[in-house]
Design a protein around this ligand. Structure first.
Ligand code: AMP
Length: 288
């Protein structure tokens, strides 16, 4: 496995792989402290592609001034070893100054989609995400890039950017990997106290509750989100709800009635970490 720390090194590694016949290059962009959610994307890339690149970079520009950039878990050497044992072909582990040198002045902004859900609570977050993802796409030149459904809005925003800027990369969205009791795997879970972690399971339970209500005929977003909020308030009292929303899977705008496929999305701030989760709900066969 090649370890590249500079843009020149990762470009050379990918160019060399292509010279040797690799037709399909896959990219998994991560912020590290890798878990089975990340490894599921890596496995998907390895299945589909001839050459798999994993980037590990805690991107400062996607964190707000009061957010957890400095406290964000880091485990670089364990991650590199994990990638090696999973058969990754190259890891790209740049320093901040490699991607954002003195004088850096460009931001990629996707309008509309980024104003909702997490965008409303984390101003500038998706600008940071899009800017770094655009840079990684330009640096690695992947044919396919793998993103997790856990960060649903991120995947939709990146798809919009790719379409709008005519980037030649296919965005694959892979299912959320969960702990046994349903909690979505996340690097930030490691920050939680034992008590917070026990309560964090309520996010998934509340999404399951929304799904059940919709599948049993509930159509009113107000009633469903109210039930979700009540569940979270009862089962996760240490958390503060940022949002509970029922949205269209493509536009991310609120639906008036849950009468076609929707995404139920929640964000809860615990003292130690802010967690998000979402679930797509399709109507039962023959449903109205
Ligand atoms: P992160 O390191 O948190 O920036 O995540 C890197 C990529 O892994 C993103 O595309 C995430 O959506 C994806 N990811 C994170 N957690 C999970 C999970 N539990 N299941 C599937 N994908 C995930």
């Amino acid at each position: 496995m090649k370890r590249a720390r500079t843009i020149a090194e990762i470009r050379a590694a990918v160019a060399e792989a292509r010279r040797r016949g690799a037709q399909k290059v896959g990219l998994v962009a991560t912020m590290g402290a890798l878990h089975d959610g990340h490894y599921s994307l890596i496995d998907a890339a390895r299945r589909d592609c001839d050459f798999t690149v994993v980037s590990i970079f805690v991107n400062p520009t996607q964190f707000g001034p009061d957010e957890d950039y400095r406290r964000y878990p880091r485990a670089l050497e364990a991650d590199v070893a994990g990638c090696q044992s999973r058969g990754v072909d190259a890891v790209f582990t740049p320093e901040v100054c490699e991607l954002y040198p003195e004088g850096f002045a460009t931001t990629v902004h996707v309008a509309g989609l980024t104003e909702r859900l997490c965008g409303a609570f984390r101003p500038g977050h998706f600008d940071g995400v899009c800017t770094v993802v655009a840079k990684l796409f330009n640096t690695v030149g992947p044919d396919v890039a793998y993103f997790g459904e856990k960060d649903y809005q991120q995947a939709i925003v990146v798809r919009r950017m790719v379409a709008d800027l005519d980037m030649q990369v296919r965005v694959e969205v892979c299912p959320t990997v969960r702990e046994k009791l349903g909690l979505a795997m996340s690097t930030r879970n490691a920050c939680l106290s034992a008590e917070e972690r026990a309560q964090a399971g309520a996010l998934y339970e509340s999404l399951e509750l929304a799904r059940r209500l919709i599948q049993e005929g509930g159509r009113s977003p107000a009633e469903i989100t109210q039930a979700v909020r009540a569940h979270l308030a009862a089962k996760a009292p240490l958390g503060t709800i940022d949002y509970v929303e029922i949205v269209d899977p493509d536009s991310l705008s609120n639906v008036e009635l849950a009468e076609r496929p929707v995404v139920v999305a929640v964000a809860v701030r615990f003292p130690a970490a802010r967690l998000i989760d979402n679930m797509r709900v399709d109507l039962p066969e023959g449903g109205d």
